[in-house]
Design a protein around this ligand. Structure first.
Ligand code: NAP
Length: 253
């Protein structure tokens, strides 16, 4: 049996932005592995729809905004109260507010940085005492291939580049406590986020992919499951690009 499909029956996995898209696929993956799930989303309706399809798994759903320190503290306390531990944190919640630099409003800059970067910081900080006392834990941050640079996404790429730096710094800071911190960098993935693009933007995005197609949400879930598994024990501070080769360079046809 491949490592990433080994059972995680006693593991408690906390996933943010779990309600749809990549977060929902990660939730399904860990549910299939038998993990206990703490699913966080700002949108309770998304969570309701997801959990009705996850039969059998022990689940705690939490409606919270990851950019709000008080709500993050509360949600982590609720996870500890229900399950008594946290083994895996997946910082997946993320938003886009794309525009060229001249047109990015201060609000759109702040919102993207708040959710994508500060949200992950707050969650890492809130779970750290628990992981430290356990002397074990895995944190997987969902960044983006776009952290390397992307026109019209200065706010988003800055947030994801910052999250890569956070990943690397916490990997060093947490290593002595046997806590691994890694990142998965998706390329273009078919999810509600990209389904929200105009047809023209979606077609352009697909044309830019070496594979000529988008990835699936399950491609990201598989990489997260691997980095959260025992097989990834000696991997920390790394960025795993799951992007059909897009991060290798520009296409020239
Ligand atoms: P998605 O379909 O928009 O799903 C994101 C989920 O997070 C939604 O349920 C959303 O709720 C929730 N959320 C948003 N803000 C939140 C907050 N402040 N607190 C808690 N939950 C919040 O996005 P996705 O495509 O699955 O993307 C998931 C992650 O992968 C993001 O970090 C994204 O940047 C990254 N990523 C995606 C792609 C891609 O091509 N899809 C590529 C690279 C990286 P609402 O819908 O109500 O806002």
């Amino acid at each position: 049996m491949p490592a990433a499909t080994q059972a995680m029956t006693d593991s408690v996995v906390l996933i943010t932005g779990a309600g749809q898209g990549i977060g929902a696929a990660i939730s399904r993956r860990f549910a299939d592995l038998g993990a206990k799930l703490a699913l966080v989303d700002v949108n309770p309706e998304h969570l309701q729809q997801l959990t009705s399809s996850l039969s059998g798994a022990e689940i705690l759903t939490l409606s919270a905004d990851v950019s709000n320190k008080e709500q993050v503290g509360l949600l982590v306390a609720q996870v500890i109260e229900k399950f008594g531990r946290i083994d895996v944190l997946v910082n997946n919640a993320g938003i886009i507010r794309d525009n060229l630099i001249s047109n990015i409003s201060e609000q759109d800059w702040d919102q993207v940085l708040d959710v994508n970067l500060k949200g992950a910081f707050l969650c890492c900080q809130a779970v750290f005492p628990t992981l430290k006392s356990q002397r074990s834990g895995k944190i997987v941050n969902i960044v983006s291939r776009a952290w390397l640079g992307s026109i019209g996404q200065a706010n988003y790429t800055s947030s994801k580049g910052g999250l890569v730096s956070l990943t690397r710094s916490l990997a060093l800071e947490f290593a002595r406590f046997q806590i691994n911190v890694n990142a998965v960098a998706p390329g273009a993935i078919d999810s509600p986020m990209t389904q929200g693009l105009t047809d023209q933007a979606r077609e352009r995005l697909i044309r830019m992919q070496p594979t000529g197609k988008m990835g699936k949400v399950e491609d990201i879930a598989a990489a997260v499951a691997f980095l959260a598994s025992d097989e990834a024990e000696f991997i920390t501070g790394q960025v795993l690009h799951v992007d059909g080769g897009k991060s290798c360079g520009l296409l020239s046809l």
